[in-house]
Write a protein that binds this ligand. Structure first.
Ligand code: ZN
Length: 287
């Protein structure tokens, strides 16, 4: 176990080598295993993650072009829980039948949620009016089909709230949450979950992030890698789901909780949000 721990830290971020190897099954609440960065290596990537206890991968589509890849992954790997959606960076040039296609994927995968969807005023030039229109339609669909949503919201909180106040999905995840503690509190009354990723390691001295992480109730927190993006040390190399434990370790430290407690809570929360049963051990499990 010592060797595994050491390899994990060397590959995915140098922590304090402090955590005990935790025999618990974990969910990477947000990643993109369909990305070309992982082409031809899926078995290796999944096996490597399993060595560190990560046994469920919530794989988010981003546009009609990659939904079929997400579908193939879900069919070929029982560990993959697919999500389908149009990412705010991909709203331009959508095919006219995108909504019909999206409905088809959701009907074929009864546990699939809408993801990754959202609004972004910083990292894309896509007009915000167009983003809002596509986002609103997807939120409506989530409500109609009673599915959870995974939201990407960057510098567009005002627009986000205006859509959410019209119609809110029953459950939703604020992925890679970078808001404040006050924003966490604003979600009281919603079944809102917050996931934290490599940013907790990239910005270890951010008081805002620490306050937000501490403000999230224990039954609303999840962990994610956003692989292949968001390497925890900001390196221009791909992140992998196997890096989840290093993020978990730092998150637990910031919250002042035991790692085991954080892992157990996050796993139960993933099950609650995505409607998939929690894993109860390291035995093979299907959802
Ligand atoms: Zn993502």
């Amino acid at each position: 176990m010592r060797l595994r721990r050491l390899i994990c830290h060397l590959l995915f971020g140098a922590g304090k080598l402090a955590y005990p190897y935790v025999m618990i099954s974990l969910t990477d609440a947000h990643c993109h295993l369909q990305d070309p960065a992982f082409a031809g290596e899926m078995n290796t990537i999944i096996d490597r993650a399993k060595n560190f206890g990560i046994r469920r991968f919530v794989v988010n589509g981003t546009c009609p072009e990659d939904w079929s890849k997400v579908e193939d992954l879900a069919k070929n790997h029982s560990e993959v829980l697919p999500q389908f959606g149009v990412h705010p960076w991909k709203v331009a040039d959508l095919p006219v039948n995108w909504m019909e296609k999206l409905k088809g994927y959701l009907l074929r995968f009864p546990l699939a949620g809408l993801g990754e969807i959202g609004l972004d005023r910083k990292l894309t030039d896509a007009p915000i009016s167009q983003q809002i229109e596509i986002f609103r339609q997807q939120v409506e669909l989530a409500c109609e089909y009673h599915r959870p949503c995974t939201f990407h919201i960057v510098k567009a909180w005002e627009e986000f709230w205006s859509v959410l106040k019209e119609q809110a999905p029953e459950k939703f995840l604020l992925h890679s949450f970078r808001g404040s503690a006050e924003q966490v509190k604003a979600f009281e009354g919603y079944e809102a979950y917050f996931s934290f990723g490599g940013a907790v390691l990239r910005h270890p001295n951010s008081k805002k992030m620490a306050a937000a992480l501490q403000a999230v109730p224990e039954d609303r927190m999840l962990l994610e890698t956003d692989a292949p993006y968001q390497h925890p040390q900001g390196l221009r190399v791909r992140q992998e789901p196997a890096g989840l434990l290093v993020i978990a370790e730092k998150s637990a430290e910031i919250r002042g909780e035991r790692l085991e407690t954080v892992l157990k809570n996050c796993e139960a929360n993933a099950a609650q949000l995505f409607g998939a049963p929690p894993f109860t051990g390291l035995s093979e499990s299907k959802f």
